[in-house]
Write a new protein. Structure first.
Length: 303
């Protein structure tokens, strides 16, 4: 289980304490509205959810799989078990990779002071979505979700899993951020958050958001639009929303398709050059030169 990471120095603690107090007095620091941190069970509500939050990992996986199966007879028990297992365990691996501390509001302050490289709510949601998209799902669909959209202090982002073809509102929320890597879940209709369907980000932003901290490439954190909140993912995406096609409201996020590698021509000889007036440009498959090769890799949990 992930343990809160130590802070670099006493000075950092002092800065964090002052910043955290200032944000609290100002009204928040991202997703700080007085909402319960407990999971919510469709059978027993918040009280049952709180008990599950304190249960063992295997018990939590079994309970979440039961939530998925309860969404309808068409949900495959195998898919329900698979998604539940990945969601519960990957949340903790994400927290470890980001070096998350609790409470998560304090972690957000660390991120915005550049004492942590990421772990804001929209980053956790996009990483979770990318992980679940790798699963071969047929009876379950994945959606992005957002609450209090545009609220400077309270905007929150998660993933919703619903039965294939079922309404977004019938799904179950998966929140990896709220409890610092201890996955929180709740049926959309029973949760305290006013969840709404969230369209996909523009492609060029999505490629950054989906770069997970345990991937081979260094994670490029997209800062919150206001520099303080745990949200910001939606606000950043809005700047380019008009330029790129979006999923329609309620449309599931497609699972990653298997793409065959394109055929490539044999490498050119050393003395070959492009014809006059033709700029060969960078290769489509070349590495991103904007990344700093000296940027240290975050810890890579076992996959």
């Amino acid at each position: 289980m992930h343990r809160p990471s130590p802070i670099p120095s006493r000075l950092a603690w002092l800065v964090v304490a002052v910043a955290s107090a200032a944000l609290s007095l100002a009204g928040g620091g991202g997703c700080v509205r007085g909402v319960s941190h407990s999971s919510v069970s469709s059978d027993g509500g918040e009280a049952a959810g709180a008990r599950l939050d304190a249960a063992t990992t295997d018990e939590r996986v079994a309970a979440l799989a039961g939530e998925f199966r309860a969404m309808g007879p068409g949900v495959s028990p195998d898919e329900a078990a698979l998604v539940a297992d990945v969601a519960v365990r990957y949340s903790e691996r994400l927290a470890e990779s980001y070096g998350m501390v609790r409470p998560v509001e304090l972690h957000n302050v660390l991120v915005n002071l550049r004492l942590r490289r990421g772990g804001l709510c929209y980053q956790m949601a996009e990483c979770m979505l990318a992980e679940l998209q790798e699963l071969p799902l047929r009876t379950l669909e994945l959606h992005r979700a957002i609450a209090w959209r545009g609220d400077l202090w309270n905007e929150h982002n998660t993933v919703v899993v619903a039965a294939a073809g079922a309404p977004f509102e019938s799904g179950v929320v998966l929140d990896a951020w709220r409890n610092g890597g201890r996955l929180r879940w709740a049926p959309v209709r029973m949760d305290h958050y006013p969840w709404q369907f969230k369209p996909a980000p523009p492609p060029r932003l999505g490629s950054i958001l989906a770069a997970r901290p345990d991937a081979d490439e260094p994670y490029e954190a997209v800062p919150a639009a206001d520099g303080t909140g745990s949200g910001g993912g939606d606000a950043v995406a809005e700047a380019d929303a008009a330029e790129s096609p979006q999923h329609e409201a309620g449309e599931a996020v497609p699972a990653a398709a298997t793409v065959e590698a394109p055929e490539t021509a044999p490498p050119a000889a050393d003395d070959e050059t492009p014809p006059d007036g033709v700029d060969a440009g960078p290769s489509l498959f070349s590495s991103d030169t904007s990344r700093d090769p000296q940027d240290p890799q975050p810890p890579s949990p076992a996959r």
